[in-house]
Design a protein around this ligand. Structure first.
Ligand code: FAD
Length: 409
């Protein structure tokens, strides 16, 4: 049975997120983008309303929202400003490995920090020489007694400059490629150094930082799951977060389509609103189809996960299609605005810049195609995954047993 109807609670949640985006995010989005303002005020308000950390289980203070419900929030907030939503949503990325594989004590402490106060966490996978292929990472974690000592650096870390704690991937076996990676929780006060805040093309209200670890010591209990199982954990995390990134891309595409439609009805050339020209209508028609199709893919990949089904292929379908659709829609929105689309006084120029990141982070569009091609050429059993709360779930999931391009958030 295929069901596309949201429950009353889900509709209310979407309405609340939309209301927040309209009243709190939209009015400042273009100013925050221009000035690269980190949205601390919005973080506090969103946290108070429960629009952050919704996915965290109730026993650690969260609402235990489903992946689908997360998508509803992410589309709406991203409709407001995807840079601000990237800031608000990053705790989901950082905490997913903790939910999947952290010990009870680690979950209590670190998930609890996020639900007890408006704090941020970051996900640290990417390195200067290890992006799409994380098996080349150089950060190491060496066990000394009952502690690990971490050395290395990470780049492009969302909220990296502001995070209270970090999920860090490091080599525990330097010679084992992707099979030698482990994941750890590293509190900022263990000695994480913020080296640089990046100046970006788009999503300028989000923080993207380079961070480093110089002899940073953490208790051995901060290892997530088993040693050398960090790669699988990272892949399982991305299966969980890609539906939400797809939903964010839908939010950007929808915003661009709405601006372009309104403009096309007002702008008169050759004696009629340009919306009367079929060439413009067809661009709007394609936008509408792409928004609809991208949302359906995002929802399908989310619902599969919520049902405990393996969603590797559908989450890559959703992320790839929605990201490319957002970029195309934003490009056509600029086209419909004509020369004004190129000018910063008009809204679609920002959406054009913001859309680009959708094709890059959490696995580029090329990497999504690699995943899809592999799944299409060598189909795997649709294994039901262990419950999200199972310790060491990563080690029991054979979904990503073979080498594959690993991509970061
Ligand atoms: C704003 C922003 C926020 C980010 N946030 C985070 C974060 O919070 N945490 C984190 O860990 N990372 C984060 N990233 C990193 C992001 O996930 C990586 O940038 C991305 O995975 C690509 O890696 P790369 O930049 O090193 O590109 P590369 O891997 O060097 O790729 C360069 C190009 O080559 C292509 N390519 C690479 N390998 C192949 C292949 N096998 N086949 C075909 N094409 C290929 C890529 O698609 C791309 O077009 C962020 C990046 C940005 C820009």
């Amino acid at each position: 049975m295929v069901e596309f109807t949201l429950t009353d609670e889900q509709r209310n949640l979407r309405e609340m997120a939309h209301d927040f985006a309209e009243k709190e995010i939209r009015p400042v989005a273009w100013d925050y983008d221009r000035d690269s303002t980190f949205p601390e005020d919005i973080i506090k308000k969103a946290w108070e309303l429960g629009l952050m950390n919704a996915h965290i289980p109730e026993e650690y203070g969260g609402a235990h929202a489903s992946t689908l419900e997360g998508c509803l929030i992410e589309e709406e907030l991203s409709w407001g400003c995807s840079g601000i939503q990237t800031t608000l949503g990053c705790n989901g990325l950082a905490s997913a490995p903790v939910i999947l594989a952290g010990s009870e004590a680690i979950k209590k402490e670190y998930l609890g920090r996020l639900t007890e106060a408006p704090l941020l966490a970051s996900f640290c996978l990417t390195e200067p020489d290890a992006g799409s292929d994380v098996s080349g990472m150089r950060t190491t974690a060496v066990k000394r007694g009952d502690r690990y000592v971490i050395n290395g650096s990470k780049v492009f870390i969302t909220n990296g400059g502001y995070a209270n704690w970090y999920t860090v991937y490091a080599k525990t076996d330097k010679d084992a490629g992707h099979r030698g990676i482990s994941a750890f929780v590293v509190p900022r006060d263990a000695g994480v150094v913020v080296d640089k805040h990046e100046d970006k093309l788009g999503q300028r209200a989000s923080d993207t930082a380079a961070v480093s670890f110089d002899e940073v010591e953490i208790p051995a209990s901060h290892l997530l799951g088993e040693e050398n199982h960090g790669f699988k954990l990272a892949m399982m995390t991305l299966d969980r977060t890609r539906p939400g990134v797809a939903a964010m891309a839908v939010g950007i595409g929808r915003a661009a389509m709405e601006f372009a439609s309104e403009y096309a009805k007002e702008r008169v050339q050759f004696g009629v609103p340009i919306a009367m020209h079929q060439a413009i209508q067809f661009m709007i028609a394609d936008m509408a189809t792409e928004v609809e199709a991208a949302r359906l893919l995002a929802w399908k990949s989310a619902v599969q996960l919520d049902r405990g089904e393996r969603n590797t292929m559908t989450s890559s379908h959703a992320k790839r299609f929605a990201a490319d659709a957002a970029m195309k829609i934003a490009t056509d929105a600029v086209q419909i605005y004509g020369g004004y689309g190129f000018i910063k006084d008009y809204p679609v120029e920002k959406l054009f810049r913001d859309a680009k990141i959708m094709q890059l982070y959490e696995g580029t569009s090329q990497i999504q195609r690699l995943v899809i091609a592999r799944e299409a050429l060598v189909p795997r059993r649709a294994a039901v995954e262990p419950p999200a709360s199972t310790n060491g779930a990563a080690s029991t999931n054979g979904a990503h047993a073979e080498p594959e391009p690993a991509t970061a958030g």
